[in-house]
Design a protein around this ligand. Structure first.
Ligand SMILES: Nc1ncnc2c1ncn2[C@@H]1O[C@H](COP(=O)(O)OP(=O)(O)OP(=O)(O)O)[C@@H](O)[C@H]1O
Ligand SMILES: [Mg+2]
Length: 244
Protein backbone atom coordinates (compact mmCIF):
# COMPACT_ATOMS: atom_id res chain seq x y z
CA UNK A 1 0.00 0.00 0.00
CA UNK A 2 1.23 3.50 -0.79
CA UNK A 3 1.32 6.10 1.94
CA UNK A 4 2.48 8.84 -0.44
CA UNK A 5 1.03 9.17 -3.95
CA UNK A 6 2.19 12.07 -6.10
CA UNK A 7 1.16 12.89 -9.68
CA UNK A 8 2.48 15.88 -11.61
CA UNK A 9 2.91 17.91 -8.45
CA UNK A 10 4.07 21.43 -9.31
CA UNK A 11 4.93 24.59 -7.41
CA UNK A 12 5.68 27.91 -9.07
CA UNK A 13 6.78 31.16 -7.50
CA UNK A 14 5.76 33.75 -10.09
CA UNK A 15 7.31 32.68 -13.38
CA UNK A 16 9.85 30.35 -11.67
CA UNK A 17 8.89 26.68 -11.32
CA UNK A 18 10.62 25.24 -8.25
CA UNK A 19 8.91 21.81 -8.44
CA UNK A 20 8.05 20.75 -11.96
CA UNK A 21 5.50 17.98 -12.48
CA UNK A 22 6.99 15.37 -10.16
CA UNK A 23 5.33 11.96 -9.87
CA UNK A 24 6.23 9.09 -7.54
CA UNK A 25 4.88 7.00 -4.71
CA UNK A 26 6.21 5.68 -1.42
CA UNK A 27 5.09 2.39 0.08
CA UNK A 28 4.13 1.74 3.67
CA UNK A 29 7.23 1.14 5.80
CA UNK A 30 9.61 2.25 3.09
CA UNK A 31 12.77 4.26 3.73
CA UNK A 32 12.71 6.72 0.83
CA UNK A 33 15.60 9.07 -0.01
CA UNK A 34 14.77 12.36 -1.71
CA UNK A 35 18.01 13.61 -3.24
CA UNK A 36 18.98 16.67 -5.22
CA UNK A 37 21.56 19.47 -5.31
CA UNK A 38 21.06 22.81 -3.54
CA UNK A 39 17.98 24.54 -4.91
CA UNK A 40 16.67 21.43 -6.70
CA UNK A 41 13.27 21.84 -5.04
CA UNK A 42 13.38 19.25 -2.25
CA UNK A 43 12.21 21.47 0.62
CA UNK A 44 9.50 23.03 -1.56
CA UNK A 45 8.17 19.58 -2.49
CA UNK A 46 8.34 18.33 1.07
CA UNK A 47 6.43 21.33 2.40
CA UNK A 48 3.60 20.59 -0.03
CA UNK A 49 3.49 16.96 1.12
CA UNK A 50 3.32 18.07 4.76
CA UNK A 51 0.33 20.28 4.02
CA UNK A 52 2.32 23.44 4.77
CA UNK A 53 2.19 24.97 1.30
CA UNK A 54 -0.46 24.67 -1.41
CA UNK A 55 0.64 23.19 -4.75
CA UNK A 56 0.23 25.24 -7.92
CA UNK A 57 -1.06 22.15 -9.74
CA UNK A 58 -0.97 18.36 -9.74
CA UNK A 59 -2.18 15.83 -7.19
CA UNK A 60 -0.81 14.32 -4.01
CA UNK A 61 -2.18 12.17 -1.21
CA UNK A 62 -0.30 11.61 2.03
CA UNK A 63 -1.51 8.90 4.44
CA UNK A 64 -4.58 8.79 2.19
CA UNK A 65 -5.38 12.51 2.55
CA UNK A 66 -5.47 15.19 -0.11
CA UNK A 67 -2.79 17.91 0.09
CA UNK A 68 -5.25 20.61 -1.00
CA UNK A 69 -8.28 19.85 1.11
CA UNK A 70 -7.17 17.69 4.05
CA UNK A 71 -4.05 19.38 5.37
CA UNK A 72 -5.18 19.18 9.00
CA UNK A 73 -5.66 15.41 8.68
CA UNK A 74 -2.22 15.09 7.10
CA UNK A 75 -0.63 16.97 9.99
CA UNK A 76 -2.15 14.50 12.47
CA UNK A 77 -0.52 11.54 10.70
CA UNK A 78 2.95 12.84 10.03
CA UNK A 79 6.03 14.08 11.81
CA UNK A 80 8.20 16.79 10.26
CA UNK A 81 11.76 17.76 11.04
CA UNK A 82 12.40 20.94 9.12
CA UNK A 83 15.69 21.94 7.58
CA UNK A 84 15.82 25.07 9.67
CA UNK A 85 16.35 23.93 13.20
CA UNK A 86 13.02 23.31 14.88
CA UNK A 87 13.67 23.09 18.64
CA UNK A 88 13.62 26.10 20.97
CA UNK A 89 17.18 26.81 22.05
CA UNK A 90 16.14 28.88 25.05
CA UNK A 91 13.99 26.09 26.49
CA UNK A 92 15.29 23.09 28.40
CA UNK A 93 15.39 19.62 26.87
CA UNK A 94 12.33 18.39 28.79
CA UNK A 95 10.42 21.63 28.03
CA UNK A 96 10.93 21.11 24.30
CA UNK A 97 9.68 17.55 24.56
CA UNK A 98 6.62 18.65 26.51
CA UNK A 99 5.92 21.48 24.07
CA UNK A 100 6.13 19.31 20.94
CA UNK A 101 4.39 16.37 22.58
CA UNK A 102 1.54 18.75 23.37
CA UNK A 103 1.41 20.06 19.81
CA UNK A 104 1.25 16.45 18.58
CA UNK A 105 -1.67 15.76 20.88
CA UNK A 106 -0.04 13.93 23.83
CA UNK A 107 -0.78 14.86 27.42
CA UNK A 108 -0.72 13.67 31.03
CA UNK A 109 0.64 10.23 31.80
CA UNK A 110 1.24 9.30 28.17
CA UNK A 111 3.37 12.42 27.61
CA UNK A 112 5.38 11.76 30.76
CA UNK A 113 5.99 8.14 29.74
CA UNK A 114 7.05 9.15 26.24
CA UNK A 115 9.36 11.85 27.61
CA UNK A 116 11.13 9.40 29.94
CA UNK A 117 11.41 6.78 27.20
CA UNK A 118 12.82 9.29 24.73
CA UNK A 119 15.42 10.63 27.16
CA UNK A 120 16.43 7.06 27.99
CA UNK A 121 16.78 5.96 24.34
CA UNK A 122 18.86 9.05 23.54
CA UNK A 123 20.93 8.66 26.69
CA UNK A 124 19.96 12.23 27.56
CA UNK A 125 18.57 11.59 31.04
CA UNK A 126 21.36 13.65 32.58
CA UNK A 127 20.55 16.58 30.25
CA UNK A 128 16.87 16.85 31.07
CA UNK A 129 17.33 20.36 32.47
CA UNK A 130 19.93 21.56 29.96
CA UNK A 131 19.06 24.40 27.60
CA UNK A 132 18.86 23.02 24.06
CA UNK A 133 21.17 25.80 22.82
CA UNK A 134 24.02 24.37 24.85
CA UNK A 135 23.75 20.83 23.38
CA UNK A 136 26.10 19.76 20.57
CA UNK A 137 24.47 19.94 17.10
CA UNK A 138 24.31 16.14 16.72
CA UNK A 139 22.39 15.79 19.99
CA UNK A 140 19.99 18.53 18.97
CA UNK A 141 19.33 16.70 15.71
CA UNK A 142 18.69 13.41 17.48
CA UNK A 143 16.37 15.15 19.90
CA UNK A 144 14.52 16.96 17.09
CA UNK A 145 14.04 13.65 15.28
CA UNK A 146 12.79 11.83 18.37
CA UNK A 147 10.37 14.65 19.08
CA UNK A 148 9.09 14.52 15.48
CA UNK A 149 8.01 10.89 16.01
CA UNK A 150 6.88 11.15 19.64
CA UNK A 151 3.26 10.58 18.56
CA UNK A 152 4.08 7.49 16.42
CA UNK A 153 3.08 9.03 13.09
CA UNK A 154 2.62 6.90 9.97
CA UNK A 155 5.20 8.94 8.09
CA UNK A 156 8.09 11.13 9.14
CA UNK A 157 9.52 13.79 6.83
CA UNK A 158 13.16 14.65 7.51
CA UNK A 159 14.68 17.61 5.68
CA UNK A 160 18.47 17.23 5.75
CA UNK A 161 18.43 15.94 9.31
CA UNK A 162 22.17 15.31 9.50
CA UNK A 163 23.52 18.47 7.83
CA UNK A 164 26.77 19.66 9.34
CA UNK A 165 27.65 16.81 11.69
CA UNK A 166 30.49 14.30 11.69
CA UNK A 167 30.20 10.79 10.18
CA UNK A 168 30.03 9.03 13.57
CA UNK A 169 27.10 11.16 14.71
CA UNK A 170 25.44 10.69 11.32
CA UNK A 171 25.63 6.90 11.74
CA UNK A 172 24.08 7.17 15.20
CA UNK A 173 21.32 9.29 13.73
CA UNK A 174 20.67 6.63 11.09
CA UNK A 175 20.38 4.02 13.83
CA UNK A 176 17.44 6.05 15.13
CA UNK A 177 15.96 6.20 11.63
CA UNK A 178 16.23 2.40 11.31
CA UNK A 179 14.55 1.92 14.67
CA UNK A 180 11.66 4.14 13.55
CA UNK A 181 11.38 2.20 10.27
CA UNK A 182 11.31 -1.07 12.24
CA UNK A 183 8.37 0.29 14.20
CA UNK A 184 6.56 0.68 10.89
CA UNK A 185 7.05 4.41 10.41
CA UNK A 186 7.58 5.32 6.75
CA UNK A 187 10.64 7.56 6.40
CA UNK A 188 10.97 10.26 3.74
CA UNK A 189 14.39 11.87 3.99
CA UNK A 190 16.44 14.41 2.06
CA UNK A 191 20.20 14.37 2.25
CA UNK A 192 23.30 15.60 0.46
CA UNK A 193 25.36 12.65 1.69
CA UNK A 194 25.60 9.80 -0.80
CA UNK A 195 26.57 7.27 1.88
CA UNK A 196 23.19 8.01 3.47
CA UNK A 197 21.44 7.49 0.15
CA UNK A 198 22.78 3.94 0.24
CA UNK A 199 20.82 3.26 3.44
CA UNK A 200 17.50 3.91 1.66
CA UNK A 201 15.26 1.29 0.00
CA UNK A 202 14.72 3.62 -2.95
CA UNK A 203 15.92 7.09 -3.83
CA UNK A 204 14.76 9.75 -6.24
CA UNK A 205 17.18 12.29 -7.65
CA UNK A 206 15.82 15.73 -8.39
CA UNK A 207 17.48 18.19 -10.79
CA UNK A 208 16.05 21.68 -11.33
CA UNK A 209 12.60 20.80 -10.05
CA UNK A 210 12.26 17.50 -11.94
CA UNK A 211 12.78 13.91 -10.78
CA UNK A 212 15.43 12.58 -13.16
CA UNK A 213 15.83 9.10 -11.65
CA UNK A 214 14.10 6.89 -9.14
CA UNK A 215 15.08 3.37 -8.10
CA UNK A 216 16.96 1.38 -5.48
CA UNK A 217 20.57 2.56 -4.98
CA UNK A 218 21.79 -0.78 -6.41
CA UNK A 219 19.67 -0.48 -9.56
CA UNK A 220 20.68 3.15 -10.11
CA UNK A 221 24.35 2.32 -9.81
CA UNK A 222 23.95 -0.64 -12.17
CA UNK A 223 22.23 1.47 -14.81
CA UNK A 224 25.06 4.02 -14.68
CA UNK A 225 27.77 1.35 -14.62
CA UNK A 226 29.30 2.50 -11.37
CA UNK A 227 29.64 1.38 -7.79
CA UNK A 228 29.42 4.93 -6.47
CA UNK A 229 26.18 6.89 -5.99
CA UNK A 230 28.11 10.13 -6.46
CA UNK A 231 28.72 9.18 -10.10
CA UNK A 232 24.98 8.67 -10.63
CA UNK A 233 24.23 12.03 -9.05
CA UNK A 234 26.76 13.92 -11.15
CA UNK A 235 25.89 12.15 -14.41
CA UNK A 236 22.25 13.20 -14.00
CA UNK A 237 23.21 16.79 -13.25
CA UNK A 238 25.43 16.92 -16.37
CA UNK A 239 22.71 15.38 -18.50
CA UNK A 240 20.19 17.96 -17.31
CA UNK A 241 22.66 20.77 -17.99
CA UNK A 242 23.03 19.59 -21.58
CA UNK A 243 19.24 19.69 -21.84
CA UNK A 244 18.83 16.01 -22.67
N1 LIG B 1 9.03 31.25 -1.23
C1 LIG B 1 9.82 31.24 -2.32
N2 LIG B 1 9.76 32.23 -3.23
C2 LIG B 1 10.55 32.21 -4.34
N3 LIG B 1 11.41 31.22 -4.63
C3 LIG B 1 11.52 30.22 -3.76
C4 LIG B 1 10.73 30.16 -2.55
N4 LIG B 1 11.05 29.03 -1.89
C5 LIG B 1 11.99 28.40 -2.64
N5 LIG B 1 12.27 29.11 -3.75
C6 LIG B 1 13.23 28.74 -4.79
O1 LIG B 1 12.88 27.45 -5.25
C7 LIG B 1 14.06 26.69 -5.56
C8 LIG B 1 14.01 25.39 -4.79
O2 LIG B 1 14.24 25.68 -3.39
P1 LIG B 1 14.23 24.55 -2.28
O3 LIG B 1 14.47 25.23 -1.00
O4 LIG B 1 13.01 23.74 -2.44
O5 LIG B 1 15.49 23.68 -2.72
P2 LIG B 1 16.20 22.50 -1.94
O6 LIG B 1 16.33 21.38 -2.92
O7 LIG B 1 15.53 22.23 -0.66
O8 LIG B 1 17.66 23.11 -1.68
P3 LIG B 1 18.68 22.90 -0.44
O9 LIG B 1 19.39 21.61 -0.70
O10 LIG B 1 19.61 24.07 -0.55
O11 LIG B 1 17.89 22.90 0.82
C9 LIG B 1 15.24 27.58 -5.22
O12 LIG B 1 15.68 28.20 -6.41
C10 LIG B 1 14.66 28.61 -4.26
O13 LIG B 1 15.34 29.83 -4.35
MG1 LIG C 1 16.07 22.32 1.27
Amino acid sequence: MNVIDVTNLTKSFGSFTAVDHISFNVGEGELFGFLGANGAGKTTAMRMLCGLSAPTSGEARVAGFDVYKETEKIKQHIGYMSQKFSLYGDLKVWENIRLYGGIYGLSGKKLKEKTDELLHVLDLEGERNTLVDSLPLGWKQKLAFSVAIIHDPRIVFLDEPTGGVDPVTRRQFWELIYQAAERGITVFVTTHYMDEAEYCNRVSIMVDGKIEALDSPAALKASFNTDNMNDVFHALARKAKRGE
